[in-house]
Design a protein around this ligand. Structure first.
Ligand SMILES: [Zn+2]
Length: 357
């Protein structure tokens, strides 16, 4: 009887040892797989960096920093930033968070309205990005990179521009700032836009590009608070953020769509010239980037201008630009879903920007 008990206990102990050993082996295999994945990722990063030798030193430095980062670090950074009320995240779904940074001067000037400001920005960004696919979303927030950019948070920077867009010397003692006064945008000081404006003083915001993967926007576009101000007839945030969607999101996530939009622009130029001789390329809307931005503003009914965009002032207008398999209207539906009116998000002071007031 005792012998039987000893045998049973021995069998039980063997079973336990076998089970523990099996699990240990499984765990090791998993770790190895993870390590292999990490190595592959690192190799990819290295390849990307090698391809990127032509870029400037800033980009190289950023990429080097980036090799040391991993998702855990990113999460940690986010938790730290969330403690700071100059920064917040907009959750655009599919595990994509867009970082928004409010400049110190903007914060000081608008302390009492800061929650309003956050709400307006949050709602607008969520609505603009609602129907973007997961790939595009991942690229516009910086979760994924292909090519020259650092992985990490791609922010939307809100700054306190002069609503009259005067030069610094004419500001007196006001608390304004140029976009080039914001951390990361310094290189724009003394640079001119294609149409001859000074980037630093003469813009209300800038869209993200592969080289500066961030959007900037003047606070006045969000609250329309100044006594005299520019751009009361269009949402510049919608314009600039749609540049980011095309140049960072679609270009990276769907290069074939980006190329298709180039052909749509050529078709648009051709048809617009037929409607009015010599219309393109002299108009703003005849450039690929601007066509998409102006079409995006019209898609969400947040532009009343008709001077720079007179063939695409409503989504319905866009149906005229179709040839063979190319269609401006269908392209916009593919990116954004059906057109919608986002006027309800804007505060009363900004309703002059709405197509349907
Ligand atoms: Zn533009």
């Amino acid at each position: 009887m005792i012998e039987l008990v000893v045998i049973l206990i021995t069998i039980f102990l063997f079973g336990v040892v076998f089970f523990v050993a099996l699990n240990y082996k499984r765990k090791n295999n998993n770790n190895n797989n993870n390590n292999n994945n990490n190595n592959n990722n690192n190799n990819n990063n290295n390849n990307n960096n090698n391809n990127n030798n032509n870029n400037n030193n800033n980009n190289n430095n950023n990429n080097n920093n980036n090799n040391n980062n991993n998702n855990n670090n990113k999460l940690d950074n986010r938790l730290i930033i969330l403690e700071d009320n100059h920064h917040f995240y907009v959750d655009i779904g599919d595990n994509c968070l867009l970082l928004v940074s409010i400049s110190d001067k903007t914060f000081e000037e608008n302390m009492s309205r800061i929650d309003d400001i956050k709400n307006i920005v949050r709602q607008l960004i969520i609505s603009l990005t609602r129907r973007l696919d997961i790939e595009t979303k991942n690229y516009i927030v910086g979760n994924k990179v292909n090519y020259s950019n650092q992985r990490g948070d791609y922010s939307l920077d809100i700054y306190n521009c002069d609503p009259l867009m005067r030069e610094k010397k004419d500001w007196g003692d006001s608390n304004y700032e140029y976009v080039s006064d914001i951390n990361g945008w310094e290189q724009l000081e003394n640079i001119l836009t294609e149409d001859g404006r000074n980037y630093a003083s003469g813009t209300y915001g800038l869209g993200g590009t592969l080289y500066v993967p961030r959007t900037s926007i003047c606070i006045d576009d969000i609250i329309c608070n100044g006594e005299q101000r520019s751009y009361l007839d269009e949402s510049i945030l919608t314009h600039e953020f749609s540049h980011t969607i095309l140049e960072l999101g679609i270009r990276e996530a769907h290069p074939d769509w980006y190329e298709e939009f180039g052909r749509i622009t050529d078709m648009y130029n051709d048809i617009a010239n037929n409607k009015s001789n010599g219309y393109c390329p002299s108009r703003y809307s005849c450039d690929r980037r601007e066509l998409f931005a102006l079409a995006s503003q019209a898609w969400f009914k947040l532009i009343v201008r008709t001077d720079i965009n007179n063939y695409i002032t409503t989504p319905e207008d866009m149906r005229d630009f179709s040839r063979g398999t190319l269609s401006l209207y269908s392209f916009m539906v593919r990116v954004y879903g059906e057109p919608s009116d986002l006027c309800y998000i804007l505060p009363n002071e900004c309703k002059s920007k709405c197509k349907n007031r």
